[in-house]
Design a protein around this ligand. Sequence first.
Ligand SMILES: Cc1cc2nc3c(=O)[nH]c(=O)nc-3n(C[C@H](O)[C@H](O)[C@H](O)COP(=O)(O)O)c2cc1C
Length: 155
Amino acid sequence: MKTLIIYCSDYKNNTEEIARIFAEKTDSKLINIRDTDDIDIENYSLIGFGSGVYRENLSPKLFRLVDKLNLRDKNVFVFSTSGVGMKFYNNKLMKLLESKGAINKGSFACKGSFVAREFTNNKIFDMMGRLSQGHPDEKDLKEAERFIERVVDSH
Ligand SMILES: Cc1cc2nc3c(=O)[nH]c(=O)nc-3n(C[C@H](O)[C@H](O)[C@H](O)COP(=O)(O)O)c2cc1C
């Protein structure tokens, strides 16, 4: 199964670390969306879409790309890194992918480090930022490996 991983990781390359694990494990092509917006997915049967979470959302660049793609019958998965590391941030993109006829193969999320004062004065984020330090860590990377193995096995 030919696999393509498309990701946005503009803040600290946290999501890129996860994307690289997926790419290594599946021998797939890796595309940073920053480098191109002209992506031909025709020859790929499994496509992973990943992003950091920026103000409650995955990158708008990823949504704009997905809007343009023909995803009918493509197997897809979504992954993200964020301060809280929760999968619910992936839901909106997955809904869009499904609405375009793609087949949901799963969703992965883990924490990604951030420094709150780099983008907000809101003190609530200070604590969250401290808890996110060091992520993705070894355990996150192991979980990413297990996730991609399950995705491939289920095909
Ligand atoms: C501008 C900005 C906004 C962010 N907003 C959120 C957020 O709403 N929720 C959250 O959990 N993390 C938030 N974060 C933390 C990032 O999601 C986290 O650092 C992520 O790993 C960044 O991924 P990247 O290094 O691949 O770009 C934000 C970070 C930045 C820089």
